[in-house]
Every structure is written in structure tokens, then in C-alpha cells.
Ligand binder design. Structure first.
Ligand code: ACO
Length: 328
């Protein structure tokens, strides 16, 4: 089946003004600004205020994307939300956002693919628009990871932050649009990066809370190794499927997890620094939100011009990984 093309017609993002710096973390755990910056590239992260929810910040990003697209919430046929930090197990965060923005004509669902959740959602949305099922789809990545971090564990506490990014996808008006759609998973690597508690395997008990089983557990070095391998794999497949050479790429936006992982992809593709978008220093790792936040920022800063070729690459827990080349 030949799919029609879909394209990004609006972007938006939101992060709380509340910021936690590396120096703040030095007062909480045995770490240093120098260690965090040197090993990850992170300097600050935004933390959602108590009393506000994942769907609150996602709704804000969604409204900004709709405004940018010149559409009303009622024009939206479907909402996909990449998240591993939902408001609750159910209803989905997507349904909560739907209610908050008034997208009453839409179907809404969450995409559970960890840090690849936004890109998975974007590719699913593209195929639904391309096959003519829907016209306008809101794809969101939104996370409140600060509420799933063990703040006493220096190996994870320094890495994560909160925020939301959104795009509106609609039918292409010609050349513009997604040129490739690559998604992969390997469930055998699931226990390298996960939250053991809170699901039906390990419902909440006093003991599970005492043992921090409801927070992120990560085998950092192992994750690092697979992250480099899967990101490079995704980037190369995404390019090949689009029939685009690395040197034709105008901007690379990867999941913002660690500067050294991003550099490995940059070197493999032989891209100069100015073609690699980085905002990891400002936001830390915001999982599924990192790519749409970066995409919105890149657009607002004029780093993306009409006709540019953009390569998006993600990896995350599961393991999951994905890539797409987009003609902007
Ligand atoms: N501050 C100071 N020292 C620390 C800290 C910290 N915050 N964390 C760990 N250390 C120490 C360790 O205890 C260890 O000390 P030791 O040698 O005395 O045992 C030393 O630093 C080195 O630890 P490593 O774990 O080997 O450090 P590494 O260079 O691998 O960096 C890191 C750790 C940054 C976590 C790295 O492994 C990494 O980035 N992994 C991938 C993480 C990632 O991307 N996760 C998210 C992916 S998916 C998603 O986004 C949800």
C-alpha cells in the first residue's frame, strides 16, 4: 500500500519555570557539577511544581502546537501521548489531555515505548494520515520523571527532568513530510532500565515503597552500550529507508539522554557540531518529551528552515528505538 505523506504543521512545548541545577543536587547527594557535566552534559533540569500533573503540562504544550498550526482542538482526530509517567494507570494521560484542551472529536491513547514513545507515536500518526483514516493528529511526549526518581540514588537522580513537547501532524502539501519510519524493540533488555513496582507484578505495599521499587532502576553502563548501538542502528536505517545520505541531513535531533551517546551518533554519521541540536544541558533527560521539546526549540530558534532535512533518532527502555527523516 502506498501511503500519502504527512507533515508537521505545528509545534509547541512547555516546561515549568522551577529549575534544579547541578549545584542544587550537590546539596542532596554525593555528586558534583563537574561529574554530572563531564559524564552527561547536563547542567539543569526543570521540575514540575507539586499539585500540577503530567496532563496539565502536556495540555499547555498541545495548545501551543495547535496555535502554531492555526487549528482548533476540535479539528484534531486523534491524540497519541508518549509517556512512562502517566497521571495514573488509567484513564490514559491522552484522555486527560483531550478533556483539558477540548479535543472532543478525537480518539486518544498513550504510547508506552519509554523514550521512543514520541517517535513511535509520530510514525503511527503518519501512517494513519497517510492511509486516509485521519487528517489531523496531535502527537505529544510528556514526562514528570522527577516523581519516579529515587532522590537518594546519585546514579539516577542527576539524569532526569520534566517537560512536554507536542506536534500537530497533517496531510502533506507536496514534498514536505516524513520520508522514513523505522521502529524496533528488544524485550530481552527490559530489566536494564525499568520501574519494578506499581504494576500488577508488584502492586504498591509498604515494603515496596520502603524499597524504592516505584522509582527508576537502571544499569547505567549496560544501558549506555546498548543506547549507542541502537541509536546508530536507528539513524542508519532511518536514512537508508528515506534514501538520504548523512551529509544531506541539515539537522540531527536525538533523544537527549547523554552527550557522549549523542556524540557517538554524530561521529558515526560524520556530522559537524552545527548540525546536531543539543538542549540536554538545560532539560536533562525528559524521556519521550525530549525530541518534541528540542524540535519546537529548533524551529523557534530558526535552526530549521523550509525544505531542510531533519533526522530524528530515539532509544529508550524496553528496549525500544526508532528513527525518521523529515523534510521540513
Ligand atoms: N556523581 C558522582 N559520582 C557518581 C555519580 C554521580 N551522580 N553516579 C555514579 N557515580 C560514580 C559511580 O559510583 C562510580 O564510582 P566507582 O568507580 O567508585 O564505583 C563512578 O562514578 C563511575 O560510574 P559509572 O556508572 O561507570 O559511570 P559512567 O561513566 O558509566 O556514567 C552514566 C554513568 C552517566 C549513568 C552513564 O552510564 C550513562 O549515561 N548511561 C546511560 C544512561 C541513560 O542514557 N539512561 C537513560 C536512557 S533511556 C531513557 O532515557 C529513559
Amino acid at each position: 500500500m502506498t501511503l500519502l505523506k504527512s507533515m508537521v504543521i505545528g509545534t509547541g512545548s512547555y516546561a515549568s519555570d522551577k529549575v534544579l541545577t547541578n549545584h542544587d543536587l550537590e546539596k542532596m547527594v554525593d555528586t558534583s557539577d563537574e561529574w554530572i557535566k563531564g559524564r552527561t552534559g547536563i547542567e539543569r533540569r526543570h521540575i514540575l511544581e507539586e499539585g500540577r500533573t503530567n496532563s496539565d503540562q502536556a495540555a499547555e504544550a498541545a495548545k501551543r502546537a495547535l496555535k502554531d498550526a492555526g487549528l482548533s482542538a476540535k479539528d484534531i482526530d486523534c491524540i497519541f501521548v508518549g509517556t512512562i509517567t502517566p497521571d495514573s494507570s488509567f484513564p490514559s494521560t491522552a484522555c486527560q489531555i483531550q478533556a483539558k484542551i477540548g479535543a472532543h472529536n478525537a480518539a486518544a491513547m498513550d504510547v508506552a515505548a519509554a523514550c521512543s514513545g514520541f517517535l513511535y507515536g509520530l510514525i503511527l500518526a503518519d501512517t494513519l494520515i497517510g492511509s486516509g483514516v485521519y487528517k489531523h493528529i496531535l502527537v505529544i511526549g510528556s514526562e514528570v520523571l522527577s516523581r519516579f526518581v529515587n532522590w537518594d540514588d546519585r546514579t539516577t537522580a542527576v539524569l532526569f527532568g520534566d517537560g512536554a513537547g507536542a506536534v500537530v501532524l497533517g496531510p502533506s502539501d507536496g514534498e514536505k513530510g516524513l520520508l522514513s519510519r523505522y521502529m524496533k524493540s528488544d524485550g530481552r533488555l527490559g530489566n536494564l532500565l525499568y520501574i519494578p513496582g506499581g504494576g500488577s507484578t508488584c502492586p504498591a505495599t509498604h515494603e515496596s515503597v520502603d524499597q524504592h521499587l516505584h522509582t527508576i532502576h537502571m544499569a547505567g553502563r549496560e544501558v549506555f552500550k546498548h543506547a549507542v548501538r541502537t541509536m546508530v542502528d536507528a539513524a542508519l536505517h532511518g536514512l537508508k529507508e528515506a534514501n538520504v545520505k548523512p551529509e544531506e541531513i541539515d539537522l540531527l535531533i536525538t533523544h537527549q539522554a547523554n552527550m557522549r551517546i549523542i556524540n557517538a551518533v554524530k561521529h558515526r554519521l560524520k556530522l559537524p557540531d552545527e548540525k546536531v541540536f543539543i538542549n540536554l544541558n538545560e532539560y536533562g533527560n525528559t524521556s519521550a518529551a525530549s525530541i518534541p521539546i528540542a524540535l519546537d526549540q529548533a524551529k523557534r530558534e530558526g535552526r530549521l528552515k523550509e525544505g531542510d532535512k531533519l533526522l530524528l533518532v530515539a532509544f529508550g527502555g524496553g528496549f525500544t528505538w526508532a528513527a525518521s527523516v523529515i523534510q521540513f
